[in-house]
Write a protein that binds this ligand. Sequence first.
Ligand code: FAD
Length: 288
Amino acid sequence: MKIANLFQRPAPVVSFEFFPPKTAEGVDTLYRTVEELRGCRPSFVSVTYGAGGSTRDRTLELVTRIQRELGITAMAHLTCVGSTRAELEETLHRLVDGGIRNVLALRGDPPKGETAFVPVAGGFRYASELVAFIRDRGFDLCVGGACYPEGHVETRDLDQDLVNLVQKVRAGIDFLVTQLFFDNEDHRAFVRRARSAGVAVPIVPGLMPVTNVSQVQRFTQMCGARIPQELQRRLRIVEKDPAAVVATGVQWTVEQARLLLRDGAPGLHFYTLNKSSATLAVHAALGL
Ligand SMILES: Cc1cc2nc3c(=O)[nH]c(=O)nc-3n(C[C@H](O)[C@H](O)[C@H](O)COP(=O)(O)OP(=O)(O)OC[C@H]3O[C@@H](n4cnc5c(N)ncnc54)[C@H](O)[C@@H]3O)c2cc1C
């Protein structure tokens, strides 16, 4: 099933994102987590793409296994980091041969220890080039892309970031998934600006329930997302009580999700961090 077709249905397109574990045992644990979340009948799940060869193989292994054995539509993330066109083409063939029909085409972050993204010789500089390549080569794939309600960390000029996004969508993107955000106002303003710039594809908000205060501080620093004062205030009250932190994080995400769906969001994409409980709690509260 191509994800683009799911947006034709009336129900919201709900998806869960996982990352490939470092070990073979981790793969089995994750597989069980996905099985647990299967009860929520997600529209699709996605698996991120790392920097190393072995984790990359696990992305491919996981998406094909989840789709084949659990019967859930699975999307592979794919980045331009460290790969030539020929290598990317080979990976795309492996995905298609494995029955995968959905890919999230990304530029990727600079590898650990490096501050700037440097394309390899014969590789791509931007996600838009990867998207154009997938289209040019005629791969039978639905292609998603990333977008950033608060702007991408490297292009804090929101107007320029939007110009770049329009170019990426025109290259052949079918739908967009946003970076995580905690203030719906940022998302609302972004969608409004994207629509006026001519971006017509579905924009799915990406949500992450806070489960750990220091972890979320680290993440938001890395990806440039802001934690609103009200969420900070609620977390400060409970920060010494891990269970209350999770409950607060879940409650915040539920509030965000309800309003997003009410305002017409075409779906919800959950960053699960490979743990099912917080996402299950949000899902149950939403009664999806
Ligand atoms: C939903 C989601 C999933 C993700 N999954 C992964 C993953 O699996 N693995 C991973 O490593 N990372 C992942 N990321 C992180 C992502 O790789 C980084 O945010 C990365 O820095 C940018 O990727 P992109 O595809 O958005 O890049 P691009 O769209 O190429 O944008 C990158 C930067 O370049 C600028 N830019 C784009 N085009 C041009 C141009 N023509 N001229 C000048 N500047 C330009 C943009 O404004 C932006 O600042 C994910 C992000 C999101 C939101």
